[in-house]
Design a binder for this molecule. Structure first.
Ligand code: GUN
Length: 284
């Protein structure tokens, strides 16, 4: 068997023209141009690329983006003051603080300072709690994008065995919760799990999100399984790659996402979807 390669760029393109650009235009016509505020602290190279791509995607789809760039030495209190300003600004519908933050800044405290109705990243404790209760206002963008992939590719989740590898607040934990909500039987593993293959071999769905190059290899995958690669790493030649050995797993899986061009574009698309939803909510 060779897996069907899920083209996240193509799926995103369709969603952006069907579900984002039209709604953005309608909001603008009603006098509520959707606007996202992005905050980047420090000079993490990967974060700079992600933020640039998020802003470009906003601008290409009729959303406005404003970005604050701060040096790594930024004082936490000053960041909290800026978030308070953005919370009160009615022209701003979504606020995103790019992670990671420098170690002297408490990311939990910063995210908790964002008004939950503007937390388009879905990372505020209120939105995380609401996700747990099955009623999220915003779903975190990467797991939301993965759920969209399952929907658009007609991958059944009810009763499926799903293994999520990774336990971060941004991906692993919310991913597991969304899969549970969809009726899957979910096991949460991590890069530290003993004999990871024992778990993955019985899974119809594997989501890898640890940031470990070549963590998931062909011998660990059940034939026909759907393998979603959320990792973004560099291999020994400096090439962008995920957590999954794509060449090997492609021969065994039923569906597979590539890196790049799989989950990445879907994450940005769901950020746009969440920002539009926040603007629609504000517009009443
Ligand atoms: N850093 C890596 N992924 C993300 C994300 O989805 N949101 C934020 N805010 N920071 C990130």
């Amino acid at each position: 068997m060779t897996a069907r390669i899920i083209d996240g760029t193509l799926l995103s393109k369709r969603l952006r023209s069907d579900k984002v650009a039209q709604r953005a235009a309608a909001l603008t016509e009603r006098g509520y141009p959707p606007r996202l505020a992005v905050i980047l602290v420090g000079n993490n190279a990967a974060s700079q690329i992600y933020v640039r791509n998020k802003i470009k995607a906003c601008e290409a789809n009729g959303l406005h983006a404003v970005c604050d760039y701060y040096p790594a030495e930024l004082i936490e209190a000053n960041l909290l003051v800026r978030i308070d300003q953005l919370n009160r600004d009615p022209r701003i519908h979504g606020i995103l603080v790019q992670l990671p933050l420098p170690p002297h800044i408490d990311a939990y405290k910063v995210i908790a300072a964002i008004a939950p109705e503007k937390d388009v990243d879905g990372l505020h404790v209120v939105n995380m709690g609401a996700l747990m209760a099955g009623k999220p206002l915003f779903r975190p963008c990467t797991p939301y994008g993965v759920m969209k992939i399952f929907e658009l590719e007609n991958i059944p989740l009810t009763g499926a065995n799903a293994v999520v590898i990774g336990r971060s607040n941004i991906v692993g934990k919310p991913m597991a919760m969304l899969l549970v909500e969809a009726g899957a039987t979910v096991t949460i593993c991590s890069s530290k799990t003993r004999d990871l293959a024992v778990h993955t071999r019985s899974a119809e769905i594997v989501v890898a999100a640890t940031g470990t190059w070549n963590l998931v290899t062909a011998d660990m995958v059940k034939p026909g399984a759907t393998v979603i690669d959320v990792g973004i790493n560099r291999d020994d030649k400096g090439q962008l790659c995920g957590d999954v050995d794509f060449a090997g797993v492609h021969k065994v899986a039923g569906h597979i996402t590539p890196v790049p061009g799989g989950v990445g574009p879907m994450t940005i698309t769901m950020l746009l979807v969440n920002t539009i939803a926040a603007a629609e909510y504000a517009a009443g």
